[in-house]
Design a protein around this ligand. Sequence first.
Ligand SMILES: C=C(OP(=O)(O)O)C(=O)O
Ligand SMILES: [Mg+2]
Length: 589
Amino acid sequence: MTGPTTLTGIGSTPRTGVGTARWYRGGADLTLPDRPDPSTVDPAIERERFEAAREEAREAIRLARDRAEARVGGEEAAVFDAHEAFLDDPGIVDDVEDAIADGTPAEHAVRDRFEAAIGQFEGMDGRMAERADDLRDVRDRLLRALLDAPTPTDLSTLPAGTVLLAERLTPSDTAELDPAAVAGIATVAGGRTSHAAIIARSLSIPAVVGVVDALAEVADGTEVLVDGEAGEVVVEPGEKRRAAALRKDDAPVVPEPVSTADGRAIEVAANVGSGAEVPPASDRGADGIGLFRSEFLFLDRESPPDEEEQYEAVVAALEAFPDDRIVVRTLDVGGDKQVPYLDLPEEPNPFLGRRGIRLSLEEHADLFETQLRALLRAAAHGRDGNGGGGSEGDGASDDDRDDRGGLAVMFPMVSRVEEVEAALDRVESVAADLAAEGVDHAVPELGAMVETPAASYLADALAARLDFLSVGTNDLAGYVMAADRESDAVADYHDPLHPAVLRAIDRTTAGAEGTDAWVGMCGEMAGDPELTELSVGFGLDELSMSAVTIPAVKERVREVDSAEARELAEAVLRCETRAEVRDVLGLDE
Ligand SMILES: C=C(OP(=O)(O)O)C(=O)O
Ligand SMILES: [Mg+2]
């Protein structure tokens, strides 16, 4: 391949890096010998081999876990606990042992059983499909042990400036990478929400996944640029493109809050999916956390976290940002986020079913209560001293709260005023219980996500009852455009730059005008520096995003004039097609 050639995929870590391509092919050859005649197989020996392989794999998984914990933190490392659990899963172990008893050699029994499990997960939606990667990882560890195959290339010692190309990377592969050495990752397979992609993001390694386009033709040693924001891999990019891309990525970190050129303060906060993402957010200059996806505390485990664990996770985030606001979203499961132990109802169309606040108010009222107890206790932390003597809050009018600091809590997937009223009642009753028990607590700021057209139409009524609203453009675009956010086939529809979505955003800020509620945005649109002026023009007070784009968005906010930004928003709101919107914004089609 002679460049420059641009291959497209899915941007996963929105940073850019340039380096030298190096293919990673998983190291060892795991081709199995031909299956022998069952009568020649000694099941006792095979059982012993299987046992020994499990123990070897267990040791390697624990080592990977410790290494990941040291590099990216405990929450990301917890994926390896899930890997270890596969080694003990009776549904797998018993089947492998049964096959061995019938005369199947251990390596064939392992491969067959894992292939079946991988096939099952691949047939599911969203995050569950990505558990297939975890199973592949465990299967390969077992097969390596059984075949006595060499361990794969040591990914922790790659030379500086490597762009790693692979068919797919497992979570263990990714956790081994040294972010100082690896300039980028491009893989043929994988989605944005696979564990491997999440770990790469936590390590801030530029990454593009799902590059089906001719990645295989890129030879080792070629210069490659990985633009994880545009979702592009540029082969032999040339000096101009390289310099432009790196300039974009290198916006200086601005630790203090920023205002527009004419003095309007805009909070630029971080979205985090786990405690491990909190320190990098603060390093990138986040003004607090605008979206703490609390559901990550519930994934990849066998039972929900208890009140204490949730309390501690939130307090750790508050301590990392003592002067800033931390917005924790209550449990948002259902739709693409399935949690097996919660026994969520089977639904023909989960995106239009029991999700978010709907589950918290009914099927999982118990989990909601535990979560609110943890949150109200955490809200007292740091007031009147470190954790001691918190006030008994009185909801939206709690006036001893610092303007911008402290805890805020928001409810996901709201579509009715009644849901907000019921959630506020639950908060009040949890506060009363804690008071009766003599437990320190406070009522945090309370808000709702605007992710449904209903919430956008009702923004005035919601804002009148709450302290804030936060626009979730990922789901809002999906529901306004009737386009599944997980489906490639309708990816074109799922774009916040469609006029209908932009009008829903504007309707939200307009609805909140005249109330005391502030309005933020925490969908992916908020993190796009090319859309910062438009977001300011819509009247948003806060933009919350993946930590990596915070410096570029802060830089952009400082250049914006809010009157001009409003004119831009008005021009965009007059558009009738996405092409016209892109034209007004000066973006290429
Ligand atoms: C931020 C959002 O929530 P999530 O992506 O977690 O569904 C959104 O829908 O825009
Ligand atoms: Mg959402």
